[in-house]
Design a protein. Structure first.
Length: 451
C-alpha cells in the first residue's frame, strides 16, 4: 500500500486520523498506532511480515542485553548488518557465484519492503542505549510502535526513539495540527503525481536509448535530477504530513538542496536524516574530523562507500559514493568557489554528475551517456526525438525547475488571511489534479522504495 493510492487516501487515512483523535492520550493510543502500522506493512509486503516481527523482538531483547553487557553491542551490529546484506546483496553475490561456478543455480531473494530503513532505525535505538542516552524500553509494544511507525517504515525520514517517546507523552491533536499535516500531505502528493511521475516519462524514454545526441542527453539528465528530488521529497512531505496530523513532528529531510552554493552545503540539505545517521553512528565513532588528515580521509571514504552500497549492490552505487567522497574532499582541501552564483552552477554540475552514476545500469551505458553529454554522441535527429513523444513535457520540466525557487511548504505566520485562502485553494486544485491523474492511470512507484 502506498500513500498515493486512492484506497489509502480516501479510506485508510481519514479512518486512522479519526480513531487517533478519539483516543488521544489514552492508554490505548500507542497500541492503536501499532496495529495500524502493522496493518499498513502487512498490506504493503505480506511475505516479509514475519521477518519484521522477528526483527522487533530481536531488537527489544538485544537492547536490554546491551544495556547490561555492552560487549554485546558489536554482535548486534554484525547480525543486523548481515541480515541487511543478505537481502540487499544476496542475489547479486549468488548470480556472480553462479556465473563463476558454471551451472550453479542462482538464488533470487525478494528484498523486504523498508528493510533498509527499519534496520537503520533499530541500529540507532540500540546504539543510543549503548551510549547511555536513555535506558532500554521495557514495553515491547511501545518499541514496536516506534520501529513500525507506518509513515516512515518504507522510506523514512529516519527518526530517533527519544523524540518518539516524548511524542507519546506530550503530543496534541487539534484542528491546527491536522490542517498543517493535510496541507503538507497534499503538497507531497502533487510533487509526486504531477511532477515526478511526468518527469519519469522523460527519463525512462531517454535512458532506455542505446545512442544519444547532445541535447537529448542533457534533457534527460536535467529531468532525472529534478525527478529524484521531487519523487523522494514528496514521500518525505507526505510522511511528515501524516505524522503532523497526529501531533508528531518528524524531522525535515530536505531543505531546498538544489539551492546549495557548495557541495558540502548540498549534503547538509539533501536526505538530512540519513546524513545525520551516518554522522552520528559511523563518522563520529570513527573519530570524525578530530583526527589526522589520513584518518579523516579514511573516515570519509568508509562513510561514502557505506552510503553507496546502502542504496544498492550494483557498481554504479559504489561509484556514486566515491564520486561524493571525491568532490567533498576536493572542496574542503583543494578549491572553494566564493561567488555564490558560480558556486551554485558548479554544485549542480557535480550533483547532476552523481545522479547520472545513480541512474545508469552499466559502465557501457555510462560511457555512452558521458560521450553524448560532451557532444561526442550521434548527430541530432529531430524526427527521432519527436518519435519518443517527450517534447510536450518540456513545460513540465521547466515548471519543476522554477518551483525549486518557491517556498511552498510554509507560509509566514503573519500572512494575511486572503493569501492563506488562496494558498488553500491552490492546494485543493493540486489535490483534484492529482486524483484525476491517479484515476487516469498515471502511476509510478517511489524511487526510494527500491532501497
Amino acid at each position: 500500500m502506498e500513500f498515493n493510492s486512492l484506497f489509502f487516501m480516501m479510506i485508510c487515512l481519514p479512518l486512522f486520523i479519526l480513531i487517533m483523535r478519539m483516543t488521544v492520550h489514552t492508554k490505548a493510543e500507542p497500541y492503536i498506532l501499532l496495529c495500524f502500522s502493522l496493518l499498513f506493512y502487512l498490506l504493503s509486503d505480506i511475505h516479509s511480515f514475519l521477518l519484521l516481527i522477528a526483527f522487533i523482538l530481536f531488537t527489544w531483547i538485544f537492547a536490554r542485553a546491551v544495556h547490561r553487557h555492552s560487549s554485546l553491542y558489536p554482535l548486534y551490529l554484525l547480525i543486523t548488518a548481515g541480515l541487511l546484506s543478505i537481502f540487499k546483496y544476496g542475489s547479486f553475490i549468488a548470480s556472480h557465484l553462479g556465473a563463476f561456478l558454471h551451472g550453479a543455480t542462482a538464488i533470487s531473494l525478494i528484498m523486504p519492503v523498508g528493510i533498509s530503513f527499519y534496520i537503520f532505525t533499530g541500529i540507532s535505538y540500540v546504539s543510543d542505549v549503548y551510549y547511555g542516552k536513555y535506558p532500554p524500553e521495557r514495553d515491547l509494544l511501545y518499541l514496536a510502535s516506534y520501529l513500525t511507525f507506518f509513515p516512515t517504515i518504507v522510506s523514512g525520514p529516519l527518526h530517533r526513539y527519544e523524540a518518539y517517546r516524548a511524542y507519546l507523552n506530550t503530543h496534541r491533536i487539534n484542528s491546527d495540527t491536522i490542517a498543517y499535516g493535510l496541507r503538507r500531505f497534499i503538497l507531497g502528493l502533487g510533487k509526486k503525481v504531477i511532477l515526478a511521475n511526468q518527469l519519469a516519462l522523460v527519463t525512462s524514454a531517454i535512458f532506455s536509448q542505446k545512442e544519444l545526441s547532445l541535447l537529448p542527453a542533457w534533457y534527460g539528465l536535467i529531468a532525472y535530477t529534478l525527478q529524484i528530488y521531487y519523487d523522494f521529497s514528496s514521500y518525505s512531505d507526505m510522511a511528515i504530513g501524516i505524522a503532523a496530523m497526529i501531533g508528531y513532528q518528524l524531522p525535515e529531510n530536505f531543505d531546498h538542496p538544489y539551492l546549495a552554493v557548495s557541495f558540502q552545503d548540498f549534503w547538509r540539505r539533501w536526505h538530512i536524516t540519513l546524513s545525520r545517521w551516518f554522522r552520528d553512528y559511523v563518522y563520529i565513532p570513527l573519530g570524525g574530523n578530530r583526527v589526522s588528515t589520513l584518518k579523516w580521509l579514511r573516515n570519509m571514504l568508509i562513510v561514502w562507500i557505506l552510503t553507496g552500497i546502502w542504496h544498492g549492490s550494483s557498481l554504479n552505487f559504489v561509484l556514486w559514493g566515491l564520486w561524493n567522497f571525491l568532490f567533498l574532499v576536493l572542496e574542503r582541501k583543494v578549491y572553494r568557489v566564493k561567488n555564490p552564483v558560480l558556486g551554485w552552477i558548479v554544485t549542480m554540475l557535480i550533483v547532476s554528475g552523481g545522479w547520472l552514476l545513480f541512474r545508469v545500469t552499466s559502465l557501457s551505458q555510462l560511457k555512452m551517456y558521458v560521450r553524448a553529454l560532451i557532444g561526442r554522441g550521434i548527430p541530432l535527429n529531430m524526427l527521432y526525438i519527436r518519435s519518443l513523444d517527450i517534447l510536450w513535457l518540456i513545460p513540465i520540466v521547466a515548471l519543476a525547475f522554477l518551483l525549486l525557487f518557491v517556498p511552498l511548504i510554509r507560509l509566514p505566520s503573519k500572512t494575511k488571511r486572503r493569501y492563506r485562502l488562496l494558498y488553500d485553494l491552490f492546494l485543493v486544485m493540486i489535490l483534484c489534479i492529482s486524483v484525476f491523474l491517479i484515476i487516469s492511470g498515471s502511476y509510478s512507484a517511489f524511487i526510494y522504495f527500491g532501497f
